[in-house]
Write a new protein. Structure first.
Length: 662
């Protein structure tokens, strides 16, 4: 039988054999497809070597060209990842095979292949960006937003024009929202710039539906690209840790003390531990309290509000074994190499099956290891959610990705960028429409909608000072457009699909005391006189100033605003279905049978199973019905101040419940 490595350059194959016993399944099955030049989506569990499956073949091509003297100073491979931190990690890990292959080539008496990999993200210093355009790297590691900027800037376009391969990592994290739509159009722009279709290689550990995400990656053949479906599941050591103190409707001080003590004990029992939380505030709080229970410097925080240098230092110290644990948000959820983590803990519910798999998969992130995860519910509802989550994981469930359908704001941005990239050049509208429709999210775009967007971009919008915001000149007779003078600058300064959410300070009058922060969305949609809760205090808005919400103590008055959006994630529809099924089963079956099913399906201990059975039975008795996706319960009650409150018990997940809340 022919070895999967037989087609590789001797130095590349030799380096691989020195490092690994044999190719993993995604490597052995992915390499032949990549070798044929086909587009391919590789899905495999975390830690199965799929990133190397994509990169090693690209490195092999570059190595062969270097041996034959055909490797110019030009970019050939573009690697796109959803996180700046993940991009930096990939670039760092690329140096290992590149250096090892160069050493082996040197031993063979041949010059080492001069292959360079460079990082281009928003964190890249200006000096490095300039050097990169003068001497382009062979492998460019970047993010969707930086790729868009490079496709719009003159020097960036010159660097990208020679590319022949694009690798999209963690594609599930992009396809599900407008960042994916933005990237899909950028990939079409990259093909257009290069004058040929680039080979596209997609990587993902958790993706459903597989066929649609494959077509999102490459819609060129109607059936989509080749798929190497190794799956998303591997053996995992999972359990729900129930504190000794009885759980309640909210997380009490006693419950949190029990949980912190247990997590601290687990950290001491393992070499390295990741503790995942759902908010940045909780990351800081948990880091502080664990730091009091463990030796000094044993625990660090990691989240998006920290400076880049602080995050990188935390990752470096965990890799080197200088710290025992990191408390993190989603910032460490994806495939960043943080060394040999033995245990992943999750405080509360991750609210998603895929997120749970990603986070637990951070542990045991090496071939042959078993990921180990422990979930710590802080309330009775989180206990039910964690039980349903483990049942879903063991049944092989996965959250379904819903790709946005032709978002017009992203279309407008990319049209301005594409026209502005070549100032003065006239573009045929028919050609631009066909180009846009090649991107999967825009495959069903109506021509009338496209023309309306072009009309808005060429006519601007009406304001009290006249029409503003016109970025294109449209010739309706010839059916062409060209960019206005400031179009490219506007596209570069306003690129991307990540919303900018400014924070407004909440300032209490009359003593000008800062009591917290609110999202910009909440602040600008509120009015003087509105009452809202922040922490445990009711505040009445007096006025909204620039960057501030001026408030006064509302003396316990009931809130007049039903909610304000926080940073914690919403629950997915697929996990919500499992919760509804669990509730219905608890309502239908005798208590002993229901308890036995919980012990079996959710791997709960006796204490956790007993609490769920008692809690759901009490809820059924109080409400008169069991809330499910077939039975929605509206509960009215009066609070201590006499205000009427309404609770809708509807386990449908955030997509529906957020709409109902609005």
């Amino acid at each position: 039988m022919t070895s999967p490595l037989s087609s590789f350059d001797p130095a590349v194959a030799g380096w691989f054999r020195e490092r690994f016993e044999a190719p993993t399944e995604p490597q052995a099955e992915g390499w032949p497809t990549i070798a044929r030049g086909e587009d391919v989506l590789i899905t495999a569990p975390t830690g199965s070597g799929k990133t190397l499956a994509a990169f090693l073949f690209a490195i092999d091509r570059l190595t062969r060209d270097a041996r034959e003297g055909r490797l110019a100073d030009e970019t050939r491979v573009v690697y796109v990842s959803p996180l700046k931190a993940l991009s930096a990690d990939i670039r760092r890990n690329l140096q290992i095979p590149l250096a090892g292959i160069a050493d082996l080539a040197k031993v063979d008496g041949e010059p080492p292949p001069p292959i360079r990999a460079e990082l281009r993200t928003g964190d890249t210093p200006a000096g490095e960006r300039a050097r990169m355009t003068r001497k382009p790297p062979h492998i460019l590691v970047t993010t969707p937003e930086s790729l868009y900027l490079l496709l719009t800037a003159t020097r960036g376009r010159a660097m990208l024009a020679t590319a022949d391969t694009v690798i999209v990592d963690e594609i599930h994290a992009l396809a599900r929202d407008k960042r994916g739509s933005h990237l899909a159009l950028s990939l079409e722009r990259l093909d257009r710039l290069a004058g040929r279709p680039l080979q596209r290689i997609g990587l993902s550990a958790t993706v459903e539906p597989l066929s649609e995400v494959a077509r999102f990656l490459s819609p060129r053949p109607p059936e989509g690209p080749a798929v190497v479906p190794i799956g998303h599941l591997r053996d995992m050591d999972l359990a729900v840790e129930v504190p000794d103190t009885e759980l309640g409707a909210v997380a009490t001080h006693e419950v949190m003390e029990d949980i912190r003590d247990r997590i601290a004990a687990l950290i001491e029992a393992h070499d390295t531990t990741l503790v995942f939380v759902n908010t940045r505030r909780m990351a800081e709080r948990m880091t502080h309290v664990l730091g009091e229970r463990l030796p000094e410097g044993a625990v660090l925080a990691h989240h998006g509000s920290l400076a880049r240098e602080v995050r990188l230092e935390a990752e470096r110290r965990l890799q080197s074994g200088e710290v025992r644990a990191i408390v993190a948000t989603a910032s460490l959820e994806l495939g960043i190499d943080i060394g040999s983590v033995n245990l992943a803990c999750q405080l509360g519910s991750p609210r998603s099956i895929a997120v749970a798999l990603q986070r637990v998969g951070r542990s045991g992130h090496w071939l042959g290891a078993t990921p180990k995860g422990r979930f710590f519910p802080t309330t009775r509802d989180e206990l039910v959610e964690c039980a349903a989550l483990l049942a879903a994981v063991h049944a092989g469930d996965l959250d379904r990705i819903r790709i946005p359908e032709a978002p017009l704001d992203i279309l407008a941005q990319q049209l301005v960028a594409e026209a502005g990239a070549t100032p003065g050049e006239r573009r045929a509208l028919d050609d631009l429409f066909a180009f846009v429709r090649r991107a999967y999210p825009y495959r069903n775009l109506d021509r009338a909608a496209f023309d309306e967007v072009v009309g808005m971009l060429s006519e601007g919008v009406a304001t009290t000072r006249g029409r503003r915001g016109a970025f294109l000149h449209r010739d309706t007779v010839a059916g062409t457009v060209r960019a206005r003078r400031h179009a490219r600058l506007a596209a570069i300064q306003n690129g991307g699909a990540i919303p900018e959410t400014a924070q407004y300070q909440v300032v209490a009058e009359p003593d000008d005391r800062v009591v917290g922060q609110l999202d910009e969305d909440f602040a600008i949609e509120s009015y003087a006189g509105d009452v809202f809760l922040l922490g445990t205090t009711s505040w009445r808005i007096r006025r909204i100033a620039r960057g501030q919400v001026r408030v006064e103590d509302a003396a316990g008055a009931a809130p007049t605003i039903p909610f304000w959006r926080g940073e914690a994630p919403g629950r997915t529809a697929e996990l919500s279905i499992r919760i509804a099924e669990l509730r219905e089963r608890m309502d239908r079956d005798p208590p002993e049978k229901a308890r036995a099913e919980l012990l079996n399906d959710s791997r709960l201990g006796a204490a956790g199973a007993d609490q769920i059975v008692r809690y759901l039975a009490a809820g059924r008795a109080a409400l008169g019905a069991m809330p499910s996706q077939r039975t929605v319960v509206a509960e009215r009650f009066f609070d201590d101040s006499g205000g009427m409150q309404l609770v809708i018990h509807a386990p449908f997940g955030s997509r529906i419940n957020r709409a109902w809340g609005l």
